[in-house]
Design a protein around this ligand. Structure first.
Ligand code: UGA
Length: 449
């Protein structure tokens, strides 16, 4: 079976490499010539643990192109994985999707072909894609294609494990197309499927559940899953604030409530709140969809505002101890929106640095992986780069832990703090567990020190 992946961002690349690893002939298509040339030379445009090894293993089955005519006619499955970044009003920008669908339509072959929506697209897009194909496809191709929604649930940083050992595979569509999709994913559904050794099998994992739905329900599943996870984090953050008021400890509280199987312990880590390209975008898109129908979604609005409050809270905690930030030197540890990625989209660290600069502080930032990307993407910010966490702390008045990279968790904080001028720590990810033996002020989220 031949597969074409349109769009080689995080989702597209992960999907392409995973399907090539499963043995299919996969063509990755992107209009960015430079990216395609890099991929032909074995260079990944993103940082994702383990992906480079899988790329090498799967490379005999992978082909890269920037031309639709080279990738669409022979494909049995065409995965659409282009970006849908948010517009200022909260709706996703569908310009890339529309242009991709039109180009696909012009090169359909007339044999049965399945167009798979993998990008997170607004509810109703599946039907819209079908209509767009009908408008633009050559006459001979009519009625031989079908649109399926197959949303992606992978997380950056653990993308390989999430795609090779998924909890569920959602297929939204009808008839023969979902049947063919089931066949495509058959290797993953087999009970004894083993990913390569560097992708650990989750404890207790057996096989993915197969969820077959209508197109619209599949689209709805994707959005409501992300919004629910965002909501869960905001709930933990709201409870964390009350823990500080009453003198309780959020770790003890979330551990206690999470043991109820109906709640679960995951996605209850209080801190600087969520970032990244998905939770904020998808939650506001869901609110906007509601608005389009005159339907209000107060719970999701509250989740968004709690998340925004967390970011201001971090700066307020700093101000509480340093009072004036003007002229102070503040180290920011971690720039990526979460560990094990160089993705900077909607990263809390960006807001921290922007606010600190506005208040007249000098910022020294360090991230184990994301600094080169920040150099090109954060041209709006003024900060000094440090070569290590230790170097960032030298002579600083305060430090904000913005991302919970393993190296910050495991560093010897008592030793590291000694090089600071004043020792105010705002641990916005609650990673410091060792007792501090040097005199210091430690602020965490939802914990009373
Ligand atoms: C998220 C979803 O988890 C994926 O299932 C989904 O496929 C993806 O969005 C998407 O729509 O493409 P991702 O954004 O990569 O994945 O990252 P997560 O690991 O979910 O973390 C999101 C944010 O929540 C991060 O900023 C993280 O620091 C924060 N978070 C996570 C918390 O603040 N507390 C937690 O307990 C968990």
């Amino acid at each position: 079976m031949n597969v074409t992946i349109v769009g080689t961002g995080y989702v597209g690349l992960g999907t392409a490499i995973m399907l090539a690893y499963l043995g299919y002939q996969v063509t990755g298509l992107d209009y960015d010539e430079e990216k395609i040339q890099g991929l032909r030379d074995g260079i990944l445009p993103i940082y994702e643990p383990g992906l480079a090894e899988l790329l090498t293993a799967a490379s005999p089955n992978l082909h890269w192109t920037s031309r639709y005519e080279d990738a669409i006619p022979q494909a049995d499955f065409i995965f659409v994985c282009v970006g849908t970044p948010p517009l200022p009003d909260g709706h996703p920008n569908l310009a890339y999707l529309e242009s991709a669908v039109r180009s696909i339509a012009q090169h359909l072959d007339g044999k049965p072909q399945i167009i798979v929506n993998k990008s997170t697209v607004p509810i109703g897009t599946g039907d819209w894609v079908m209509r767009t194909l009908e408008e633009h496809a050559a006459l001979y191709a009519t009625s031989h294609y079908e649109v399926v929604s197959n949303p992606e649930f992978l997380r950056e940083g653990t993308a390989l494990g999430d795609s090779l050992y998924p909890d569920r595979i959602v297929l939204g569509g009808s008839g023969w197309a979902t049947e063919r999709m089931r066949a495509l994913y058959a290797p993953l559904i087999e009970q004894n499927f083993e990913a390569p050794a560097h992708v650990p099998r989750p404890r207790g994992y057996e096989r993915p559940a197969l969820v077959e739905t209508t197109l619209t329900s599949a689209e709805m599943i994707k959005y409501s899953a992300n919004a629910f996870l965002a909501l869960k984090i905001s709930y933990a953050n709201e409870i964390a604030g009350l823990c500080e008021c009453v003198g309780a400890d959020i770790h003890e509280v979330t551990a206690g409530i999470g043991l109820d199987h109906r709640i679960g312990t995951r996605f209850l880590a209080a801190g600087a709140g969520w970032g990244g390209s998905c939770f904020g975008k998808d939650t506001s898109a869901l609110i906007s969809t509601g608005q389009d129908y005159g339907y209000n979604m107060p719970i999701l609005r509250a989740a968004m505002s709690v998340n925004a409050r967390q970011r201001s809270l971090v700066i307020e905690k700093l101000q509480k101890h340093l009072r004036l930030l003007k002229g102070k030197r503040v180290a920011v540890l971690g720039m990526a929106f979460k560990p094990d990625t160089d993705d900077l989209r909607d990263a809390p660290a960006h807001d921290f640095i922007a606010r600190l600069c506005q208040l007249g502080a000098t910022v020294v930032a360090y991230d184990p992986v994301a600094m080169p990307r920040a150099r090109t993407e954060w041209g709006d910010l003024h900060y000094l780069e440090a070569t290590s966490a230790h170097a960032a702390l030298e002579g600083a008045d305060a430090v904000i832990v913005a991302t919970e990279w393993a190296e910050f968790r495991s560093m010897n904080w008592n030793e590291a703090l000694c090089v600071m001028r004043n020792r105010v720590i705002v641990d916005a990810r609650n990673i410091i567990r060792e007792p501090l033996t040097v005199p210091a002020i430690l602020e965490q989220i939802g914990r009373d020190h």
